[in-house]
Write a protein that binds this ligand. Structure first.
Ligand SMILES: N[C@@H](CCC[C@H](N)C(=O)O)C(=O)O
Length: 304
């Protein structure tokens, strides 16, 4: 399962990849334990291209923390670093569905055992729980996503001239969560919704549209920074659960009781629990779909 290649500029050896998804939020996975593959933004965009590449909402570069300058300091806490990229090649702090798929890959490759697995991300170290028996394909995976930050301040999302207020929630990456009457009001989501004030999100934002489905049960659509509309977003589901809880007047820190929301997305279901200590746990599937090697001619063009 280890990559065959080193840098494509140094060698024509084909790069090993896998394809995976979590609730249909799909990723190209590039195993590169020693961080020898240079992945410029244009190569990531080419890999994630759904027509001319493998296709994905993002890319999971699997690197040992000790081998990556952005994660070296975390190597004592987490052996592996999820170097996450969006489909346009931009870098993001965290990916909730991605970290489950990342853990599934490590388990499948024999690089992680059942139990708790620490994964370094740009959003800090996340603890992933691989239940006993978790193997190549089976079993949902739970991630301790850390705490949500709620910066406050008025935020507005505008689609097709219709403005709704939103809550600013940071899950390591930025989110604007707005409750609507009908998910169709999100429109086509071919373009990013307008979010104001721009100063609330200096690095861009993921936008979630949410409707109620029942008690502590919501459904959402999302427009992701750097990827467009996706069929699921794990950090987005966590942001939505926290926003829904506060809207419903529920705060586990105050009650001392955890609260769980079921979040339905176009690509599946995630279950999100906020604990009294503020920690957020997300549970959902993680699937490896395929593996192979890049075709050398395509690789040379994509990385050139
Ligand atoms: N789909 C991811 C989030 C990926 C990063 C996001 N697009 C950003 O730029 O912050 C998830 O499952 O959390």
């Amino acid at each position: 399962m280890d990559p065959v290649s080193t840098s494509p500029t140094a060698s024509a050896a084909p790069i090993a990849f896998l394809k995976g998804h979590g609730t249909e939020n799909d990723f190209v996975i590039i195993p590169d334990p020693d961080n020898v593959i240079d992945l410029p933004a244009h190569a990531v965009a080419a890999l994630c291209d759904r027509r001319a590449g493998i296709g994905g909402d993002g890319l999971l570069h699997v690197v040992r923390s000790a081998a990556h300058p952005e994660a070296r300091d975390l190597a004592g806490e987490a052996e592996w670093f999820m170097d996450y990229r969006n489909a346009d090649g931009s870098v993001a702090e965290m990916c909730g569905n991605g970290v489950r798929v990342f853990a599934r890959y490590l388990r499948r490759a024999g690089l992680a055992e059942p139990g708790d697995l620490a994964v370094a991300t740009r959003g800090g170290v996340k603890k992933v729980h691989l239940a006993k028996g978790t193997g190549a394909d089976d079993g949902d995976i739970t991630v301790d996503m850390g705490r949500a930050a709620l910066p406050g301040g008025e935020v507005t999302v505008t689609v097709d001239g219709r403005a709704t207020t939103a809550r600013n929630v940071n899950m390591g990456n930025p989110h604007a969560v707005t409750f609507v009457e009908d998910l169709a009001l999100a429109g086509t989501l071919f373009a990013a919704p307008a979010v104001t004030p721009a100063t609330a999100y200096p690095d861009g934002v993921n936008v979630e549209f949410v409707v109620d489905r029942g008690p502590r049960h919501v459904a959402m659509r999302v427009h992701e920074r750097g990827s467009g509309e996706t069929r699921s977003c794990g950090t987005g589901a966590c942001a939505v659960a926290v926003a829904a809880a506060r809207r419903d007047g529920v705060d586990p820190a105050a009650t001392g009781e955890p609260v769980t929301y079921t979040v339905d997305l176009p690509g599946g279901r995630l279950v999100v629990t906020e604990r009294p200590d503020g920690g957020i746990e997300m549970t959902g599937p993680a699937v490896i779909v395929a593996e192979g090697h890049l075709e050398p001619t395509w690789q040379a063009t994509a990385f050139g």
